[in-house]
Design a protein around this ligand. Sequence first.
Ligand SMILES: CC(C)(COP(=O)(O)OP(=O)(O)OC[C@H]1O[C@@H](n2cnc3c(N)ncnc32)[C@H](O)[C@@H]1O)[C@@H](O)C(=O)NCCC(=O)NCCS
Ligand SMILES: Nc1ncnc2c1ncn2[C@@H]1O[C@H](COP(=O)(O)OP(=O)(O)OP(=O)(O)O)[C@@H](O)[C@H]1O
Length: 199
Amino acid sequence: MIIGLTGSIASGKSTVSQMLKELGYPIVDADQVARQVVEPGSDTLKKIEEAFGSEVILPDGGMDRKKVGDIIFNDPASRKKLNDIIHPAIRAEMMRQRAAFLEEGHKTVIMDIPLLFESRLQHFADKILVVSVTEENQLARLMERNGLSEAEARARIASQLPMSVKEEGADAVIYNNGSIEETKWQLNRILDSWNAVES
Ligand SMILES: CC(C)(COP(=O)(O)OP(=O)(O)OC[C@H]1O[C@@H](n2cnc3c(N)ncnc32)[C@H](O)[C@@H]1O)[C@@H](O)C(=O)NCCC(=O)NCCS
Ligand SMILES: Nc1ncnc2c1ncn2[C@@H]1O[C@H](COP(=O)(O)OP(=O)(O)OP(=O)(O)O)[C@@H](O)[C@H]1O
């Protein structure tokens, strides 16, 4: 069984993903893969440099994530340009990791994909698990975690589909507004109902 884990920015996907990891499930993490494919010297980073200029490259050859974030979260055309370059590479690497886990004999694989709905990747998953949060908690947690102003945080939230659309497309929803323990309890209940065996 492939479980697609998604949600909105700062809704708690990584928190839930960590719980799944502790339970023994193998995880393919799109945000982590997105870092892997832009390592210094990679073809993808070269294409990003061609598209956005050498000012998005740090002196050590890595991508300046802050600068790229400032550009793409404030301009839909730039966001599309980056997505068109980076998403094919992310998808290919995620497919490779998924196949490797299945080949190792894992019965369940978690695909943590923040943009599952935006990129129309629903077909990747047998079950879609959405981590939801109220807009108030989302804004507060995002500002706190990333040290962003309210305007910067709102721009990031607005760059994704509304939470309600994702909830509608989910097979199950975790409401991550209470304690971590409450979130863990919801997760366990959902995994039981899906008979999702660890590893
Ligand atoms: C723009 C970048 C450089 C910002 O890096 P930064 O370290 O600040 O953030 P990080 O990578 O941890 O992403 C945080 C969250 O931002 C959101 N986000 C990231 N990229 C996008 C995007 N293109 N569109 C909408 N939301 C996005 C996701 O919810 C993600 O979980 C980086 O997010 C990136 O390379 N994005 C393009 C790749 C991508 O689409 N990743 C999302 C998963 S496929
Ligand atoms: N139930 C909770 N109570 C309080 N804080 C929480 C809770 N769940 C998550 N957080 C905090 O909220 C922030 C966002 O959570 P997390 O990083 O898991 O979200 P995410 O969906 O993975 O974000 P992103 O899309 O940006 O990768 C983190 O600082 C996390 O510690």
